[in-house]
Design a protein around this ligand. Structure first.
Ligand code: PLP
Ligand code: COI
Length: 336
């Protein structure tokens, strides 16, 4: 298979190896690498009927020296276990999670995009409830699998700004599963996402499900805005996915860029206070937001075509750390 590293989208590619472990009789087996990308599961698996499943997303970065970095994979392991707990699934020990990720990256080493291409290896850990269950109750068997593929930018344009539209739909309920990375949230986002795409927006913006006055998420990414007063502000809410990228940016905004880093409310009727805005996440990296279509206006932040200076600095800092070009805060980078 020849891969055009510079022109990858965010699409499934079958790489040769994936890792698969099974939980049966109350314990995980050791798991192993396999070439089989098809799961053989019971037709009654709770993952299929009742959405008893959760997943993660992280990336491997090809370094200049030929090595490979992972960015904060221990945080993905912790979040997977919080999601698992919310849906009554067994914990995946961090050791098993990291072993699986490492083995998959090593086994598919030829698919880690070379340094300088801007592409990365996207890694998808998945935990599903399987077995013969038909009532609404937790599965008694589980599969934990990790697979990967090389990817390019998630939003068309990468670091070029794109536009978003506020949705009338909610992706999660106030005390629901919004903070867990579970498939149901994403199933709920398909229709609003499709409606946004039809109107030529990159994705939709979800408001807080309780009052519909505050920004919560930007499609499958978190929101951040930069104010005139050098504040980095990102929404805080129990129905937002706690983005590892977002927490990393909060740290970098404060400690490297000297901004005031705030997790707080982002009211839709106060967008004027932001001179720049963006979406952040593993897939999205940092994607500048050109403008947002609200119910009554099209609000442009910095520019519809140019990336703002603070967003650019944050991007360079984050991506520099991920590829190993810049020093990372302790514990952020794992060598494969
Ligand atoms: N919000 C949603 C709904 C997501 O799916 C993701 C992706 O994981 C994020 C935010 C960003 O989270 P992270 O930075 O941990 O990838
Ligand atoms: C990620 O950023 O890893 C995501 O999960 C976004 C999307 C592909 C679901």
């Amino acid at each position: 298979m020849t891969i055009d590293w510079n022109n990858l989208g965010f699409d499934y590619i079958k790489t040769p190896w994936r890792f698969l472990a099974k939980w049966q009789n109350g314990a995980w087996n050791d798991g192993e690498l396999t070439e089989d990308n098809v799961l053989h599961i019971s037709e009654s698996s709770p993952a299929l009927h009742y959405g008893q499943q959760c997943f993660e997303g992280l990336k491997a970065y090809g370094r200049k020296d030929g090595g490979v970095n992972l960015f904060r994979p221990d945080e993905n392991s912790k979040r997977l276990n919080r999601s698992a707990d919310r849906l009554r699934m067994p914990q995946v020990p961090e050791e098993l999670f990291l072993k699986a990720v490492n083995e998959v990256v090593k086994a598919n080493r030829a698919f880690v995009p070379p340094y300088g291409t801007g592409a990365t290896l996207y890694i998808r850990p998945l935990l599903i409830g399987v077995g013969d269950v038909i009532g609404v109750k937790p599965a008694n068997e589980f599969i934990f699998t990790v697979f990967c593929m090389p990817v390019g930018p998630y939003f068309k344009g990468g670091l070029a700004p794109t536009n978003f539209i506020v949705s009338d739909y909610d992706r999660a309920a106030p005390n629901g599963t919004g903070a867990a990375k579970v498939g149901g949230n994403y199933a709920a986002s398909l229709l609003p996402g499709e409606e946004a795409h039809k109107k030529n927006f990159s994705d939709c913006i979800y408001l807080d499900p309780e009052t519909h006055t505050k920004i919560e998420e930007v499609g499958s990414a978190n929101f951040f805005g930069i104010t005139k007063d050098n504040e980095f502000i990102t929404p805080k809410s129990p129905s937002i996915l706690p983005s590892i990228t977002k927490y990393s940016l909060l740290h970098l905004a404060e400690h490297t860029l000297g901004l005031k880093a705030i997790e707080g409310d982002v009211y839709l009727n106060e967008l004027d206070k932001f001179v720049e805005a963006g979406a952040c996440g593993t897939a999205a990296v940092i994607s500048p937001i050109g403008g947002i279509q609200t119910h009554d206006e099209f609000h442009v932040f910095y520019s519809e075509t140019e990336v703002g200076p603070v967003t650019k600095k944050l991007y360079n800092e984050l991506v520099g750390i991920q590829y190993g070009d810049r020093p990372a805060p302790e514990g952020w980078i794992f060598d494969v």
